[in-house]
Design a protein around this ligand. Structure first.
Ligand SMILES: [Zn+2]
Length: 341
């Protein structure tokens, strides 16, 4: 099911996402609060050539944003291009933030005409592999940036995506994207993070914890959530609590990764986020109103969420009152998913 894809197919696939990330070329210099910085190209030593900078710019805008979007959250947006005439057999190199081209090579009309493809190829050399897998209308582009990444873990992450993600979309958000990108990175020190339709995995963590494949379930929930930015930082605990609640409900092998919801302790708060919050949500789902958390998730997505929603759904209890009731009687029957029951 895995095949190596051509640059063209890959960049076509990513172009929509990349365009959405690219700020307008002209007009409005001021960005809105969450609008990303634009991608820029500065060409140095242009006098060495008579190259048409408009052509270079067009090729750059077609190739680099898609690369940067897929490459990682912090991949440089400001790129400098140097044109050198010292190296004889050199043509072109490109990495984040820097493009180097041989003056003689780029002055050749044919090379300039094919510059976009050459730039794509050069940018791809920064990655160990790029694969795309398609199944039942869903696609996954898997970019591996670590030669030492465990191939079994890669296979398991891919399988978990195709098992979980379509299911979550079907149940909770039909409008969620069907095209997702996984990137495995050596520099990233966390576990995993999601931005738009791209999930970044820390290879150090995943190599050390090969059974923790339901990281995919948690992160895919973030794509399905699509709450937008309007809630700000205040509701991060809620977003993360729901992601772990969904991992508890739909994860494929929580037993295999020894992932459990921690027992209640009086030192906890619902704002502790992640698993502490997820257990509280499961308690509400069992003891207050079945399906309540799914409705909260829906309200966050469609913009109807407000702080009074807890009382509206629980028959009058505020969030703090619900937590107090949970603290008074936190016992729960919990059942964890396992691939080896
Ligand atoms: Zn998360």
């Amino acid at each position: 099911m895995i095949r190596h894809i051509t640059n063209l197919a890959f960049f076509t696939m990513l172009s929509v996402a990349a365009v959405a990330q690219t700020a307008p070329q002209t007009g409005q210099p001021q960005r809105r609060r969450y609008q990303p910085r634009p991608y820029t190209l500065t060409v140095n030593d242009i006098a060495k050539t008579k190259v048409d900078t408009a052509k270079l710019g067009a090729a750059f805008r077609a190739a680099y944003p898609a690369f940067a979007y897929a490459d990682g959250y912090r991949t440089k947006r400001e790129v400098t291009m140097r044109i050198i005439d010292t190296a004889k057999n050199f043509t072109l190199s490109a990495r984040e933030g820097e493009i180097v081209a041989n003056a003689t090579w780029i002055k050749n009309k044919k090379n300039l005409a094919g510059f976009q493809q050459s730039l794509n190829d050069a940018l791809h050399k920064n990655w160990v592999s790029v694969d795309t897998i398609k199944k039942n209308g869903y696609s996954l582009v898997f970019i591996n940036k670590n030669e030492k990444f465990n191939p079994t873990v890669q296979k398991n992450l891919i399988n978990t995506y195709f098992e979980i993600y379509p299911k979550l979309c079907d149940m909770f958000n039909h409008k969620a994207t069907k095209d997702v990108i996984f990137v495995t990175d050596t520099a990233y020190k966390g576990v995993a993070e999601t931005s738009g339709s791209r999930i970044l995995f820390a290879t150090h963590y995943m190599n050390q914890h090969p059974y923790d494949i339901d990281v995919v379930t948690h992160e895919c929930t973030h794509i399905v959530q699509s709450y937008g930015y309007s809630y700000g930082r205040d509701l991060v605990w809620l977003t993360e609590g729901i992601a772990d609640f969904m991992r508890y409900k739909f994860g494929v092998d929580n037993v295999g990764s020894k992932w459990f919801l921690p027992n209640f302790k009086s030192t906890q708060s619902y704002k502790d986020s992640y698993r502490v919050t997820a257990r509280f949500f499961e308690w509400m789902d069992q003891k207050i109103k079945p399906g309540m958390i799914v409705q909260i998730d829906e309200a966050l997505r469609n913009g109807s969420f407000k702080p009074t929603i807890w009382a509206d759904m629980s028959g009058g209890k505020s969030l703090d009152e619900l937590w107090a009731a949970y603290a008074a009687d936190p016992d729960l029957h919990l059942v964890y998913s396992s691939e080896n029951p």
